[in-house]
Design a protein around this ligand. Structure first.
Ligand code: ATP
Length: 251
C-alpha cells in the first residue's frame, strides 16, 4: 500500500514582511494618539509617514523603537513579535531611531560620536560609514557642534547606520534645514534601503521630497491612517493628499 507523504507547507520567506505592525495603538496614559495602525514593509523599502502636526507620527516612531509601550497591538520584525516598551528588545531586533533633535554629543568629535554609537562593533563598520559620508570623513576630528546643520543630520544618520539597522526610523530629517540641503540628504534614505536591505520609516514634513524616495506613503490624521498608497501614486495626486491632510474623506 502506498503511503502519502505529509510535508510541511513551504514558507515563502520573501513574503514575510521585515517590519509589520498589527493594530498598534499608542499614546500617553489614558490618551490614545495612534489608533489601530497596520503596516507591512518588505526588506529594502522606504515608508514615508506623512500627516499634519500632532497626527501621531513621532509617537508611532517612538513606539516602534520601544521607547513607548504600545497600548495594544503588535510589532513584528521578520515575523517575530517584539516586546512592547522595551528599547533593548527593539534594538536587539535591529530597530534604530534617528530622533528629530539628532541627539549628538556636540563637544565630541565626529569620529567619537560614531564610535560611541558603535559600541563593540568593528573598525570596518566605522570605515563603511565614512565611505557613505565622505564629508564626515574629512571632518572626523571636528567637534560635532561645529558642523553645519546638514552635516549634523548626516552624522545623526551615520550614528544609526554604524549599528547595522534592519529597521531605520528617521524622524523629521529636514527639521531646521534649508530645502536645498534636504534635497541633497533625502536620496541617502533611498540608498540606505537599497544598499543594506533595511526598512526605512521616514517621518517627514517635506511631502514631495519624501515621496520621491519612498515606496509607500502613509498619511496619519488624528492617529488614524487615512491614506496608504504607493508613493508614486500619492505624488501624482496632490489633491487627494491635500484632502487627506485636511481630514476630508478620500476614496
Ligand atoms: P509633529 O509633526 O508636530 O511633530 P506628530 O505627528 O509627530 O507631530 P506627535 O508628536 O506624535 O505628533 O504628537 C501627537 C499628539 O500626542 C499631540 O497631540 C501631542 O501633544 C501628544 N503628545 C506627544 N508627546 C506627548 C507626551 N509625552 N505626553 C502627552 N502627550 C503627548
Amino acid at each position: 500500500m502506498s503511503q502519502t507523504m505529509q510535508t510541511e507547507p513551504d514558507v515563502d520567506q520573501a513574503s514575510v514582511p521585515l517590519l509589520e505592525c498589527r493594530g498598534v495603538r499608542a499614546g500617553y496614559g489614558d490618551i490614545t494618539v495612534v489608533r489601530e495602525l497596520d503596516l507591512a514593509a518588505a526588506p529594502g523599502s522606504v515608508v514615508a509617514v506623512l500627516g499634519p502636526n500632532g497626527a501621531g507620527k513621532t509617537t508611532l516612531l517612538t513606539t516602534l523603537a520601544g521607547l513607548l509601550k504600545a497600548q495594544a497591538g503588535e510589532v513584528r520584525i521578520d515575523g517575530s513579535p517584539i516586546r512592547a516598551g522595551q528599547p533593548a528588545a527593539a534594538s536587539a531586533a535591529g530597530v534604530v531611531l534617528v530622533p528629530d533633535d539628532r541627539a549628538l554629543f556636540t563637544t565630541l568629535t565626529v569620529e567619537e560620536n560614531i564610535r560611541a554609537a558603535r559600541g563593540g562593533r568593528s573598525r570596518d563598520a566605522l570605515d563603511r560609514v565614512f565611505g557613505w559620508f565622505p564629508a564626515l570623513a574629512d571632518r572626523r576630528r571636528l567637534a560635532a557642534g561645529s558642523l553645519s546643520g546638514g552635516e549634523q543630520q548626516m552624522l545623526a544618520v551615520a550614528r544609526a547606520l554604524v549599528q547595522d539597522p534592519r529597521v531605520l526610523l528617521v524622524d523629521e530629517m529636514s527639521m531646521g534645514l534649508a530645502p536645498v540641503i534636504v534635497e541633497d540628504l533625502m536620496p541617502m534614505v533611498r540608498r540606505v534601503a537599497d544598499d543594506t536591505g533595511a526598512v526605512v520609516v521616514l517621518v517627514e514634513q517635506h511631502v514631495r521630497l519624501a515621496l520621491e524616495v519612498a515606496d509607500r506613503g502613509l498619511v496619519l490624521v488624528h492617529g488614524e491612517v487615512v491614506l496608504d498608497r504607493p508613493a508614486a501614486e500619492l505624488a501624482a495626486d496632490p489633491d487627494t493628499l491635500e484632502r487627506a491632510y485636511l481630514g476630508e474623506g478620500v476614496a
